[in-house]
Structure formats: C-alpha cells, structure tokens
Unconditional design. Structure first.
Length: 139
C-alpha cells in the first residue's frame, strides 16, 4: 500500500527546543565548547518532519528516516531556542522528501533535505525483534 500519494506537497510544521548542556557537543566531549550538537539538530529536524507526516498516516503506521543531507551552518549557545521547520517538497513511491531548516533566533543554523518512509509499526517491530533474537522470521 502506497500511503504517500495522499500527502500534499507544501505540508509543513515546526518544532522548537531550548538548548541545554545535554544537547551540546560538550556533553560527549568536555574538550569541546558547549554548543548545540549537529546530531541533535538533525534529530530535531527529523522529529519535525515525522510529525508533519504522521498526521497523514493511518493508525498503526509511523515513518522512519531513510536519508539525511544537512549542513550545520552556525553554532548555537546554551539557552538559545532552536526552531526547526520541515516542508514536504516531493512525494515518491513510498517516500516523502522534506526541505528542513533550523534557526536559533539569531540566524539560520542548518538546512538541507530529509527523506522519510511510512512503515507499519508491527511489521517494523517484527524485524527489530528478529534482530534481537526474540521474534519469528519474516517472509
């Protein structure tokens, strides 16, 4: 079932996060400055895109990230609020592509594209359980 065809190009959303030490590079490496970590910026972008897509999926379905192509453009200090945006720019067979950006109240700190794919949660979890050695094999 290709659920992506019902997702309108132009759909968008935003999500914000206040930068704390827990989401900085310094949390993982004390020799680095306490600025917003690139993986956390990407996570915020992915979560924003996921929320946009979720509203178009039926119960029992989620979306997973399959491609990330993002530039981190500027550092953001602890205390700043980062706002991520995600807008559907293309709908393919089984995937949805987003333009993603992040701002910190001073400037754009990140931009790029992100691709997500809808998956049925139970089928997804069966595959994970199989890797954990807890489930049956999937055909």
């Amino acid at each position: 079932m290709d659920l992506t065809q019902s997702i309108p190009v132009g759909s968008s959303g935003t999500k914000s996060l206040v930068v704390t030490r827990d989401v900085t590079v310094a949390r993982a490496d004390e020799s680095m400055p306490a600025v917003f970590a690139t993986p956390m910026m990407i996570l915020l972008m992915e979560m924003t895109a996921g929320e946009v897509l979720q509203q178009y999926l039926p119960p029992g379905w989620i979306s997973v990230g399959v491609v990330v192509n993002v530039k981190h453009l500027a550092a953001t200090p602890v205390g700043a609020t980062v706002v991520a945006t995600a807008e559907v720019i293309a709908v393919g067979e089984g995937t949805v592509t987003f333009a993603v950006e992040a701002y910190d109240g001073f400037e754009k700190i990140g931009e790029g594209t992100h691709v997500r794919a809808p998956v049925e949660m139970e089928r997804f979890l069966k595959r994970v359980r199989r890797k954990e050695g807890k489930g049956e094999t999937e055909e």
